[in-house]
Design a protein around this ligand. Sequence first.
Ligand SMILES: CC(C)(COP(=O)(O)OP(=O)(O)OC[C@H]1O[C@@H](n2cnc3c(N)ncnc32)[C@H](O)[C@@H]1OP(=O)(O)O)[C@@H](O)C(=O)NCCC(=O)NCCS
Length: 159
Amino acid sequence: MGDILGNGSVEQERFQIRRLEVSDKSKGFIEILQQLTVCDSVSDQQFEERYQELAKLGDDHLICVIEDSQTGKIAATGSVFIEKKFIRSCGKVGHIEDVVVDSSIRGMQLGKKVVEFLTDHARSMGCYKVILDCSEANKPFYEKCGYKQKEVQMVKYFI
Ligand SMILES: CC(C)(COP(=O)(O)OP(=O)(O)OC[C@H]1O[C@@H](n2cnc3c(N)ncnc32)[C@H](O)[C@@H]1OP(=O)(O)O)[C@@H](O)C(=O)NCCC(=O)NCCS
């Protein structure tokens, strides 16, 4: 990994960021999500149905992936959802979710690349802000991505 870390352009070529495609299921997309949280196996049909459902939302829901061209596997992912509001002159807010990098290649700026890609998308969609929830342990990572802590998260689980 040393020569890759020392050569930004090689790294750029190896790790391309793009939108999720249906074929990414066979490239380990679900396995990457399993490194983030509980994610039971998803059948090809379930995957395709959910994919088509999300595709209907167009640019209001973006899932990005980084593919490792050396292995053909998905190396990282993240998503952003654009919420349309009445407040702030019918403003829009981006919500970043499900950011994860394969455990074998963390620390190579891929997480930052994902967050910057999602943030740029929210900005280009006209959002006045973009928000996310994270653990205390991940706070320094998001600070490196230009985020700051504000208020607290509240949650009620139904399962
Ligand atoms: C959090 C996560 C996405 C970071 O991805 P990554 O590719 O390892 O992070 P990057 O290499 O892009 O890090 C960018 C910067 O943040 C720093 N950083 C990353 N994680 C950090 C941490 N936990 N604590 C302190 N700094 C951290 C890096 O050192 C780097 O700093 P630098 O730019 O000065 O070199 C990754 O560790 C991960 O997938 N974790 C498990 C899933 C998870 O918790 N996702 C977040 C859900 S909110």
